[in-house]
Design a protein around this ligand. Sequence first.
Ligand code: 5RP
Length: 236
Amino acid sequence: MNQDQLKQMVGEAARDEVLKLPAGQILGVGTGSTANCFIDALAPHKDHFAGTVSSSNATTERLLKHGFQVLDLNDVTDLPAYVDGADEIDPAGHMIKGGGGALTREKIIASMARQFICICDSSKQVAVLGNFALPVEIIPLAKGIVSRELEKLGGKVTLRLAKNTHADLNQTPSEPFVTDNGGWILDVAGLKIADPIKMEAQINQIAGVITVGLFAKEKANLLLVSNASGLERLVL
Ligand code: 5RP
């Protein structure tokens, strides 16, 4: 089974999971290739939900294309569940997220949701977070100061660059990647994150940081994980 099939399998499992919720509620929807599989699997059942809240412009576009209603988060006060992928997840359900650059809206929605359902294939499961470079969304003018502070924590900091959309795809991209919120992303490699809750709070306190892609306070409550031999459902 290849990785696309694993993502599809877990997307379908998440569909079955959220269809257990009573009809007429609002659902939080994440960003990324695994979340896309979930959206596609859920599309035939969109009327089960009164609407969705979306964690990125890309997800909003996909939801609308399928005919889901996408609500303004400010109009929503109760969110039973949020479904999203992860770049890494540890045994306690702490995650690194933000590989797709949507970490800030993802964290806002996760903080509102009563349940965070993480969906991934088993390649995302790790004993200790930190092999995947930790994304940190920042205010652009604070790049220098935030980078220096992150280096003090032992990380190697790289400014994320935009994917090359120029016709000459061999040309090296030189423009920063800009998030849906107008922020930039610093990817911090080389951190071994033994205490995710402490590091999340520490990085959040650096002036100029919008959001750190460590989801420790807002961790996953339910993990659906696919591997070659099937699907696991882990309550965390
Ligand atoms: C986007 C995210 C994604 O959930 C994460 O990058 C996983 O993506 P994928 O399902 O494509 O592997 O945090 O900001």
